[in-house]
Design a protein around this ligand. Structure first.
Ligand SMILES: [Fe+2]
Ligand SMILES: [Fe+2]
Length: 376
């Protein structure tokens, strides 16, 4: 399937960690995820959708591969029905069962799905690249890299999560050289989509000061001794320390060396939707677009990224949350429906505490009045 600019624009709609489950046919969580997907597709009418991994629970594959295939189709149905191309990338949970090749095979046969494995000789089961062609369909103008960030690390003493391996980085560099030839000797502008974030996401953060601790997030892995806040310039919500690998295999350094990478988009951390620039490369985290994975309340979201064919040195992007589409959540209880992030949780705790203190004080005054009356 050839992707090309449409009247000079190309819009990519991103969905993080949906984690759909086998009870999807009757689940209100599935219905709420569908509402968000439908609203976003109606609003943005994208040229491509990317599901950033941990898309569907693979336990169902173990029980019945055909039922698993039906569940993946059900998740993508709003996209399929609109004839929009889409990519499903692999998250650590797609790797859990060891049937990655079969899962990629299922994906690649779905109507409109562009997922595949271009490089079976390297680590991972779904590494591929896709060009966006000029509006006339003649010239490759922009490259989309879909990278398999693998599962957990084989040596847990080194890192819990696996990293993008050196052979994958070398493949990216070889293919980038080919892209350069197609682009008049200049690095072709590109985006990277992968599940697990690069360790450089921590460069969007700074250590929290003592008084900021209630609003801060605990780091992960080698960063777990510290609590973090977003640095000035980074936007969005930091709900947890980015769960990147503790081993830095040099992937980000390779992007800088090769050039052309404008931004990278990650899933995996279900609470985070922050983004910002590190050394000129935009790093964006996607919290879950569903209602299955752990979250801070009703704040599932999507991100739209728009390219302009006439200026590929930059792009625009926006984040939109479930409630901002005017949607009503059915699957969460009355309290969780109102919460959106740590700040709103803290404000709720503060509000309930103030109510409780006020209630105790009022009761105390009433009791004192009663004692005075009896005594008088
Ligand atoms: Fe996940
Ligand atoms: Fe994950």
């Amino acid at each position: 399937m050839k992707l090309k600019f449409n009247n000079g624009k190309f819009k990519i709609l991103l969905f993080g960690d949906i984690h759909e489950n086998e009870d999807y046919k009757t689940s209100p969580n599935f219905k709420d995820m569908r509402k968000l997907m439908n609203a976003a597709l109606d609003e943005y009418n994208p040229d491509l959708c990317v599901l950033l991994g941990d898309n569907c629970n693979t336990d169902l594959y173990k029980k019945d591969p055909e039922e698993f295939r039906k569940m993946v189709i059900a998740v993508c149905e709003p996209i399929i029905n609109r004839n929009i191309p889409y990519a499903l990338i692999l998250g650590n949970h797609e790797h859990d069962l060891g049937h990655e090749d079969e899962i990629v095979e299922i994906y690649s046969k779905m109507h409109g799905c562009i997922s595949r494995n271009d490089a079976p000789e390297i680590t991972g089961n779904a590494n591929w690249k896709e060009f966006i062609y000029s509006s006339d369909g003649e010239t490759p103008k922009f490259c989309l890299w879909f990278i398999d960030s693998n599962n957990v690390c084989c040596d847990r003493k080194l890192s819990h999560y696996d990293y993008v391996h050196h052979d994958q980085i070398r493949w990216f560099e070889r293919e980038s050289e080919k892209n350069k030839e197609l682009n008049g000797g200049e690095p072709m502008p590109s985006f990277v989509f992968q599940h697990t974030p690069v360790p450089e996401e921590y460069k969007l953060l700074r250590k929290a000061r003592l008084w900021e601790i209630p609003w801060s997030a605990k780091g992960y892995g080698v960063h777990s001794k510290n609590r973090y806040m977003l640095k000035k310039g980074a936007t969005g919500y930091l709900g947890e320390g980015p769960c990147s690998p503790d081993v830095n295999s040099g992937q980000f350094a390779s992007w800088k060396k090769v050039g052309g990478v404008l931004g990278a988009f990650f899933g995996h951390d279900h609470l985070n939707d922050m983004s910002g620039f590190v050394d000129g490369i935009f790093l964006a985290q996607h919290k879950t677009a569903g209602f299955r994975a752990y979250t801070d309340g009703c704040r599932s979201c999507v991100r739209l990224v728009t390219l302009d064919e006439n200026d590929l040195s930059t792009f625009t992007q926006e984040l939109r949350h479930f409630k901002e589409f005017g949607l009503k959540c059915e699957c969460l209880g009355p309290v969780f429906r109102t919460l959106t992030d740590r700040q709103s949780i803290n404000l709720h705790i503060l509000g309930y505490s103030a109510l409780a203190v006020g209630g105790v004080a009022a009761a105390g005054i009433a009791v004192k009045k009663l004692i005075d009356k009896i005594g008088g």
